[in-house]
Design a protein around this ligand. Structure first.
Ligand code: ZN
Length: 345
């Protein structure tokens, strides 16, 4: 099969496009003919590598994908060949106590597709049968792939972990990334008032079009926490969605007393200083999570299928242009998801 892979960690130039052995589905697995694969920041981190990361090389990146079931491993009964599906990249073992309790994103032997196991930048990928969800007839493969990781992540964080309720206020730090554009839509659907701080007018215009009630341009308003305070009658917001990390000091200021800070990532870097006095003095809860469980995935994807939530697609590239696609993500020019198209759609 054709695939994009790397044989050593490094910059964009380690990505190669070429022939790669087609995988075979083992017991309980399905072989998916991938039609669309969406990019995520984790793809860049895996390509760059980090201390302690041990991959079997060459490695195919890519967490998100949608395609058609091509072949079934032994014992597979829930799907059949020819079914269009979206892939849930959150791979639990299906046997440990956490998986059996429906908390498969806390699995003791957890993997993210494309991170530690072979991913979706390829014509074919193998996943457990419980990790595919049938698509409605003629639902866009590009939109399905673009939605899977970010919508489940945002849903699990806001709804399951963050317990967002109608009438609450939510500040989202960042306007245009995949998780943030998903978070804006989910918070609006849940009945919240949504504030978004972003880096430029173009990205904030996108946030507005997704339903944001108030947008703050941080290129004009450096102290955006102060602006949030003024906009909320000096109360602060109930929830801050902060997946930047280095912005935690400002997020703590923007939260109300008893507020929740939700985080699923750190696009600004993993290590930063915080002032602990804000946490106890304002009774703040910092709530982290990664990905979602199977139930949340099905719930949020059914809302995507109904059109109540919609992935924002920035650009679509052919598979062989994965390098250009990753470059666009790396420099942060994208508004929404970057997607690779594989074969004829
Ligand atoms: Zn498990």
């Amino acid at each position: 099969m054709k695939a994009v892979f790397f044989q050593q960690h490094g910059g964009l130039d380690v990505l190669q496009y070429g022939e790669y052995p087609t995988p075979k589905p083992a017991t309980g697995e399905v072989l998916v003919r991938v039609k669309a694969a969406a990019l995520n920041r984790v793809d860049l981190w895996v390509r760059n590598g980090w201390p302690g990361l041990k991959l079997s090389l060459p490695h195919i990146p890519g967490a998100d994908g949608a395609g058609i079931i091509e072949a079934l491993g032994e014992g597979v009964s829930s799907v059949s060949e020819g079914t269009p599906v979206v892939i849930n990249p959150n791979i639990g073992c299906g046997r440990c106590a956490e998986c059996l309790a429906g908390q498969d994103n806390r699995c003791r032997n957890w993997h993210l597709l494309g991170e530690t196991i072979s991913g979706t930048y390829a014509e074919y990928v193998v996943v457990p049968e419980r990790n595919v969800l049938p698509l409605p007839q003629s639902f866009s493969m590009v939109e399905a792939a673009a939605a899977a990781l970010v919508f489940q992540t945002a849903w699990h964080s806001l709804i399951t972990r963050g317990q967002l309720k109608a009438g609450e206020s939510v500040l989202i730090v960042g306007a245009s990334g995949g998780v943030n554009t998903a978070s804006i839509q989910i918070a609006k659907l849940a009945g919240a008032t949504v504030y978004v701080v972003g880096s430029c007018l173009e990205k904030l215009t996108l946030a507005k079009s997704l339903g944001a009630d108030y947008v703050i341009d941080r290129s004009q308003e450096e102290n955006w926490a102060k602006v949030v305070y003024q906009l909320t009658d000096r109360q602060g917001v109930d929830i801050v969605v902060d997946n930047v990390g280095t912005t935690f000091p400002m997020s703590f200021r923007a939260a109300r007393k008893g507020g929740r800070i939700l985080t699923v990532g750190n696009t600004g870097g993993p290590i930063f200083e915080i002032d602990n006095r804000f946490i106890f003095g304002k009774h703040l809860s910092v709530i982290g999570s990664t990905m979602s469980n199977q139930q949340d995935f099905r719930t949020v994807m059914s809302l995507v299928f109904e059109g109540k939530l919609k992935a924002v697609v920035d650009r679509v590239y052919p598979l062989q242009d994965a390098r250009a696609a990753q470059e666009r993500l790396e420099i942060g020019k994208q508004n929404g998801k970057i997607v690779l198209e594989i074969g004829e759609l």
